[in-house]
Write a protein that binds this ligand. Structure first.
Ligand code: MN
Length: 177
């Protein structure tokens, strides 16, 4: 069986953010994280749920044109798969956990690994917190978005994409699955 997709796109729209996506129910459930993900369990990162995306958007890397929603460069910052941690109760799925406002999962990315939780904030349905759980992959005090700034697929930075776009040499990456 194919494992559900996980990915993170670094997106320089009007504001820099990281789009965190999990394949749930045949779509990419998506959250925009202004400060990006963290491997430090002390960091609770605001993750604003945004519209679902099609699965084939997971590896889009390029520049969204002016005038389009989210105009600006997008690079694939991490990619892999994830494993929902089902509660002991029978019948729990990623979808039902999402509806209940708390999803625990293991990420198998190239940069993000180990146990994480997404927890919905009370009274704010679109606002969630992404938190690293304590395990062997946790790195207290470490800033993973500082360590890795470029595309995990092509090594390009946001500035590289802007430069290529201006020069008319931009290679858009979208292999699909
Ligand atoms: Mn975005």
């Amino acid at each position: 069986m194919k494992q559900p997709v996980f990915n993170v796109q670094k997106h320089q729209a009007s504001r820099l953010h990281y789009d965190f996506r999990l394949e749930i129910g045949g779509v990419l459930k998506s959250w925009a994280i202004p400060k990006g993900p963290s491997l430090d369990p002390a960091m609770k990162r605001l993750a604003v749920q945004v519209d679902d995306h099609d699965l084939d958007y997971a590896d889009f890397e390029g520049v969204i044109e002016e005038g389009q929603y989210g105009a600006g460069p997008v690079l694939v910052w991490d990619t892999g798969w994830f494993e929902p941690l089902r509660a002991a109760r029978a019948g729990q799925t990623a979808e039902s956990m999402l509806r209940a406002g708390k999803l625990d999962f293991i990420l198998h990315g190239q940069r993000l690994k180990g146990r994480f939780s997404l927890v919905q904030m009370k009274g704010k349905p679109r606002q969630w917190l992404l938190v690293k759980q304590r395990d062997n992959e946790a790195r207290p005090g470490h800033d993973i978005t500082e360590e890795y700034q470029t595309s995990v697929l092509t090594g390009r930075s946001i500035e590289d994409l802007e430069r290529e776009s201006t020069a008319g040499t931009l290679k858009t990456y979208r292999c699909g699955r």
